[in-house]
Ligand binder design. Structure first.
Ligand SMILES: [Zn+2]
Ligand SMILES: [Zn+2]
Length: 346
């Protein structure tokens, strides 16, 4: 089958024939119909994750089950499915309690094993991790959920507990940030979007952001304060840098809640966070790491009923060859919205 292969860290990506995968014990093979190009693919390419080379990236996906291991009980060949990017083992206490997103024995397609930038992908612990796609939801919309949209959904609902009427500041209006803007508006919040790209802010406004702040060297917390009076109830860093994290945290009002979604890779594994403010103002600093398959039904119901429209975040659909050129450029280019890959087109 054809796949996008990474032979070295931060090197060129090659689209070529690779051996067909077979279902792992308790797992399946999915024929990939749509797979998203995500910021975390760039982090893996840049060497911020442990990988075994050569490697096939790709972790946001939707498709049709092509083969099933005999141990799988609840899924069969031909079903339309998607999967969270964190696949739990299915047997530990975390998985049994519905928290596969923090499973200590987790698998992640595109990180711990070959991913979905290929015609077919192997997925582990199918009964725990697969999610059937409702008929009303397209492959593209379902693939958009796997990492960025579901993480933004869980960050705002289960982690921050966002309520209607509250102020939320979203720093970064890329795929995950725009997802957060759309979800926060659907939850009835008042949304401020922050980005350094005017185009990204236009996209945020089209998705319903009430205010936008161009982060061109200006004091973001002060600008949020001017809009909200006392600061935001909830802040989200959808970028992942010490600057954007600090801007988000310092934009909060007293007793506000911050959710860190953007990855913060540093040499030491430690990141600077304005902890003095967190203490003095009793801020909650929260992390969010994807969302377990067990929590998908609520989100999928909102998508099937058109309250949430992840498909509106998709800017373009490309083939593997074009994606291989786009991936290394991701961090530099400021194109708003999501890029979706269809591995079945040239
Ligand atoms: Zn991702
Ligand atoms: Zn587990």
């Amino acid at each position: 089958m054809r796949a996008m292969v990474m032979d070295e860290i931060a090197g060129p990506l090659d689209v070529r024939e690779v051996p067909e995968p077979t279902p792992p014990p308790g797992g399946v093979i999915v024929e990939v119909h749509a797979t998203g190009l995500c910021g975390s693919d760039w982090h893996a390419w840049a060497g911020h994750e442990e990988l075994t080379l050569p490697h096939v990236p790709g972790h946001e996906l939707a498709g049709i089950i092509a083969a099933v291991d005999p141990a799988v009980q609840h899924f069969s060949v031909g079903e339309r499915v998607t999967v969270p990017f964190v696949c739990g083992c299915g047997t530990c206490d975390w998985c049994r309690s519905g928290n596969a997103q923090v499973c200590p024995n987790q698998q992640q397609p595109g990180f711990t094993h070959a991913g979905s930038f290929a015609e077919r992908v192997a997925l582990h612990a199918a009964d725990t991790n697969l999610v059937a796609i409702p008929e009303a939801v397209s492959f593209e919309a379902a693939a958009a959920l796997g990492c960025r949209f579901a993480t933004a959904y869980r960050a705002l609902t289960a982690r921050a507990g966002l309520r209607a009427g509250e102020w939320v500041t979203v720093v970064g209006a890329g795929g995950v940030g725009l997802s957060a803007v759309m979800i926060a508006k659907a939850l009835g919040a008042q949304v401020i979007a922050v980005d350094r790209s005017p185009e990204a802010l236009v996209a945020a406004q089209q998705l319903g952001a009430d205010h936008v702040i161009l982060a061109d060297g200006r004091d973001v917390p002060a600008a949020v304060g001017e809009i909200t009076g006392e600061g935001s109830d909830v802040s989200v860093d959808a970028v992942g840098s010490e600057q954007t994290c600090a801007a988000a945290v310092l934009s909060l009002r007293r007793r506000g809640r911050h959710v860190q979604i953007g990855l913060l890779p540093t040499e030491t594994g430690l990141s600077q966070v304005p902890m003095a403010r967190a203490i003095a103002w009793e801020l909650d600093l929260l992390g969010s790491h994807g969302m377990a398959a067990a929590d998908y039904p609520g989100m999928l119901a909102l998508i099937a009923s058109d309250v949430l429209r992840p498909q509106d975040l998709i800017e373009r659909v490309v083939g593997l060859q074009e994606a291989a050129v786009l991936l290394p450029e991701m961090q530099r280019s400021a194109t708003p919205g999501m890029t979706m890959i269809n591995p079945r087109i040239a």
